[in-house]
Design a protein around this ligand. Structure first.
Ligand code: ADP
Ligand code: MG
Length: 560
């Protein structure tokens, strides 16, 4: 059997263009070819389970190998294989017709990923690193003959008899000079770890040495010997593919360690599992943040049918949950996602909403079932909750019942509880509730003390997000305002009808005030004398809200 042909395509040679446009991502050739091998393997398993294939399945593992002398990388599988006809259909026709369109469209496309995504040029990606690609395959079908396809990156291909004697396919890449870096144990291992670590079929890459029990010595001690075993690089059954009921806490913790070897244990996790209206599985972990917000971002890995795609999950995961860790797997997200794809995809919005709901439900459940445990975790989860409270209306609706306010005594309250606690004393003459807060309990110590003496409670809102949180609270809570405890004397912040009476005469007041004014000698500061009962601050120095926000304030702050 021998057949030669020319692919009908408008352009002489599309491969230089593919190479050029996809260069930044060229390691994905391995992801694409290994995924194809896994697909072919899953297909034969499926045919067998449907009774449409009665032969031996045999060892179904996929193998990746390389040869530095021959400069080849070979991906082998024992999947369904292809007949010569099928090669023409699936490799030439489909791919090449896609390529024709590709040629027409690539001019208008904004990024390379968008192109591969749209045209499914999976097999083509081989030409990013290889000048010549060979397929050597034997179909599972009765009486099939082995076929070999060779293409040197021009639009010409050749099909001849192949040499495979067992069912399956070898894809042989003749790696070109510019890409010899891929002919390297470490490099290939690294790429496989990245993309193939959780594929559902075992992937062999070389061998490794393990010690094995080897009988007993004269003293009855177990002897060991070294044996070479297949180096299987993947975990074919990652926890997100299992039912939550099969899993123990330990399994979740071990998986977390596997993903983030140097991290502390997470606080808790959420197992995602939904079939409708989209398909999605995954496990999201709440990490211990330890104020390292920036460093911790982009820790969620996105998979599609257990193939790693990206850790850029913006849009899929709501912004306020970007600090979560874990995995999301959705077959509804194609392998070659690009930013523009994600934004345009309808499922992405739904997935985003679903994740928000699951997280809110989990937090509500924790709060309800274990208030103490929830409060202990508050310093770590408070950031998520407040961020979501501010930025996501749907999350807010649930979070308003479990967001916590903490006061200077380190007591925690829900919004309702807090309202209950302070409304008697902290309602001003207009019926407005006034919540006092500090953003720096050390500097504002004297103000806090003075407020406490009057029976007022002071909240601690001192994290970077609290500025926004405070304004959100003011918007959301009815007839409530939040005042920073050092903005003015407490009695002015919470205006009552009766004015406190000073023990000083008006003349004395003016005298003392003048002394302080002169001593401070800065117009931005306001000196006030209070009703001078012995346990109160005799004099306070404050700045108005606007001035207070000026950066240079920090050094001067505090009461006198
Ligand atoms: P896709 O995987 O999205 O279909 P590809 O370009 O990666 O696109 O592959 C094109 C087709 O070639 C596949 O759909 C499959 O029919 C065939 N194919 C590729 N690799 C193999 C393989 N290892 N075994 C059997 N068929 C394969
Ligand atoms: Mg493919």
């Amino acid at each position: 059997m021998q057949e030669k042909g020319t692919i009908s395509i408008h352009t002489e040679n599309i491969f230089p263009i593919i190479k050029k446009f996809l260069y930044s991502d060229h390691e994905i050739f391995l992801r694409e070819l290994v995924s194809n091998a896994v697909d072919a393997t899953q297909k034969i398993k499926r045919l067998a389970s449907l009774g449409q294939y009665s032969g031996e399945l045999g060892n179904l593992q996929v193998e990746v190998a390389f040869d530095t002398d021959k400069k080849t990388i070979t991906i082998s599988d024992a999947g369904i294989g292809m007949t010569a006809e099928e090669i023409k259909k699936y490799i030439n026709q489909i791919a090449f017709s896609g390529a024709t369109e590709f040629m027409e469209k690539f001019k208008e496309a904004k990024d390379a990923n968008e192109i591969i995504g749209r045209f499914g040029l999976g097999f083509y990606s081989a030409f990013m690193v290889a000048d010549k690609v060979e397929i050597n395959t034997l179909s599972y079908q009765d009486g099939a003959e082995s076929a070999r396809w060779i293409c040197d990156g021009s639009t010409e291909f050749e099909i001849t008899e192949g040499t495979r004697t067992t069912r399956g396919t070898d894809i042989i890449l003749h790696v070109n000079a510019e890409n010899e870096e891929f002919l390297d144990q470490y490099k290939l291992q690294q790429i496989l770890d990245k993309y193939a670590k959780f594929l559902p079929v075992p992937i062999k890459f070389g061998t490794k040495t393990e010690s094995e029990e080897d009988g007993q010595d004269e003293e009855g001690k177990t002897k060991y010997k070294s044996v070479e075993v297949d180096n299987i690089i993947n975990d074919t059954n990652p926890i997100w593919t299992k039912a939550p009921s099969e899993l123990k806490d330990e399994d979740y913790l071990n998986f977390y360690k596997e993903l983030y070897p140097f991290s502390e244990d997470p606080l808790f996790w959420i197992h995602l599992n939904v079939d409708y209206p989209f398909n999605l599985t995954g496990v999201l972990y709440f990490p211990k943040l330890k104020n390292d917000y920036e460093f911790q971002r982009n820790k969620i890995k996105l998979f599609s049918r257990q193939v790693f795609i990206t850790d850029e999950v913006k849009d899929i995961v709501p912004e306020f949950l970007m600090l979560l860790h874990g995995v999301i797997d959705s077959p509804d997200i194609p392998l070659n996602v690009s930013r523009s794809f994600l934004q345009a995809d309808g499922n992405v919005k739904k997935i985003n909403t679903y994740i928000t709901k699951k997280v809110a439900d989990k937090l509500a459940e924790l709060f309800k079932n274990d208030r103490k445990g929830y409060e202990e975790k508050w310093s770590d989860i408070g950031l998520f909750v407040k961020y979501g409270f501010i930025s996501d209306e749907k999350f807010y609706e649930k979070a308003k019942d479990f967001v916590l306010l903490t006061n200077t005594e380190k007591q925690n309250f829900t919004l309702n509880e807090y309202k209950e606690k302070v409304s008697a004393l902290q309602t001003d003459k207009d019926g407005q509730l006034v919540y006092l807060y500090t953003n720096n309990a050390d500097q504002q110590h004297a103000f806090i003390q003075s407020a406490n003496k009057k029976g007022y409670d002071v909240l601690v809102l001192d994290t970077p997000i609290d500025n926004h949180f405070v304004s959100q609270l003011e918007q959301k809570l009815e007839k409530t305002s939040l005042k920073r405890v050092d903005a003015d004397v407490a009695d002015k912040l919470i205006k009552k009808d009766e004015a406190p009476e000073s023990v000083l005469t008006e003349e004395q007041t003016t005298k003392v005030k003048t002394i302080f004014d002169q001593a401070i000698n800065k117009p931005a500061f306001k000196v006030e004398l209070e009703s001078l009962s012995p346990d109160e601050l005799p004099v306070t120095v404050t700045r108005d809200e606007f001035m207070r926000r000026m950066k240079d304030m920090a050094a001067m702050g505090g009461g006198m």
